[in-house]
Every structure is written in C-alpha cells, then in structure tokens.
Ligand binder design. Structure first.
Ligand code: ZN
Length: 177
C-alpha cells in the first residue's frame, strides 16, 4: 500500500514533504536541547581531558580485562563448525573391498563407492551400473590385476555394506542410527 503510494507522482511528493517537515521539527526540538546537553556533558569532557594520575593496579585490571575480551573475540571468529565425530567415518574395508561413502541430512550413509584394496582404483561401476549387475564376477582389478573376492549381487552387497557401516557407527560412537 505504502509502496504503491510512494510510486504515485502526487502522493510521493506529499509523503516526501511530510518526512522533511517531521525531520525539521525533530531537528529544531533537538537544537533546543543542545545547551542543556552541553551543560550535562561538560564535566565529562573536563574529566576526559584531565591528566590526573591513575593508580597502576587500576591500569593493570583494565589491561587484563581488555586482553580477556580481545582473546574471546578472536576465539569466536576462529570457532569451526562442530561436526559430530562419527560423520568423519567415511572409509572402511568390508568383504575384502575398500568402501567410501557420505552422509545425507538425516545421517544415513549414502553415495557408497567401492575401491580396489591394493591400488585404490575405483570399481563402483566398473562391473556394471545396474542394480541387477553382479559385483565382480571377473575377480580381478582392471588396474593392478589383483584378484578380488567376488561379492555377488550388487544390491544385496550394497545393503550389507550399509548395514556394516551403521553397525560400526552404533558400536564405536554410541550413536543410534
Ligand atoms: Zn587394483
């Protein structure tokens, strides 16, 4: 509503005039108060300008307080986001193969990938990308030719690995997952 009025050529001028009038009134009101404010703050200025000696113990306390405050600020800036330790568990060896994974927002393992235990060559989709594919019926790493334990049905193997990951999180980190 106000936005619409503001874009109206006539109303925008009226609103602008009202704002100027209000600011002028406020300014003149504040100017009226200036002498009073000055009188109140004058002792403060005199105090700030004086060179009276300050006890050293007071200086020391102020210095300690300043250092404490400053180091807290630094600490607040440097604080890294708190990641639960189990979320760093993203690699392990199961059934003779190396596995890596991530966690989704709910904390479930996802993006499961498999690797050669000898040379770390990624084998995730090497023996087929479909769920119905078998996991390595060929039994050899295409890169280093190491004989790898055949795992069988892909979907079943991945479900079993998922189960092992969650089992380890529960037993090692005491997290219910
Ligand atoms: Zn290999």
């Amino acid at each position: 509503m106000l936005k619409k009025l503001w874009h109206d050529p006539v109303w925008s001028k009226v609103i602008a005039a009202a704002i100027v009038a209000a600011s002028a009134t406020l300014a003149s009101y504040l100017f009226g108060w200036l002498p009073t404010i000055w009188n109140w703050s004058l002792p403060g200025f005199v105090f700030l300008g004086s060179t009276k000696p300050v006890p050293r113990w007071l200086l020391l306390i102020l210095l300690v307080l300043a250092v404490m405050t400053f180091s807290r600020w630094i600490g607040a800036f440097r604080r890294v986001p708190n990641i639960q330790p189990w979320r760093r568990y993203t690699k392990d060896t199961f059934y003779g193969w190396v596995w890596r994974w991530e966690y989704d927002g709910a904390g479930e393992p996802c993006d499961l990938r498999s690797y050669c235990p000898e040379c770390d060559f990624e084998l995730t989709d090497y023996f087929g990308t479909d769920w119905s594919d078998q996991y390595s019926s060929q039994n050899a790493c295409p890169d280093c030719h190491k004989q790898i334990q055949p795992l069988g049905d892909k979907q079943q193997v991945r479900a079993k690995v998922n189960g092992k990951i969650e089992q380890n999180i529960r037993s090692r980190y005491g997290v219910k997952i």
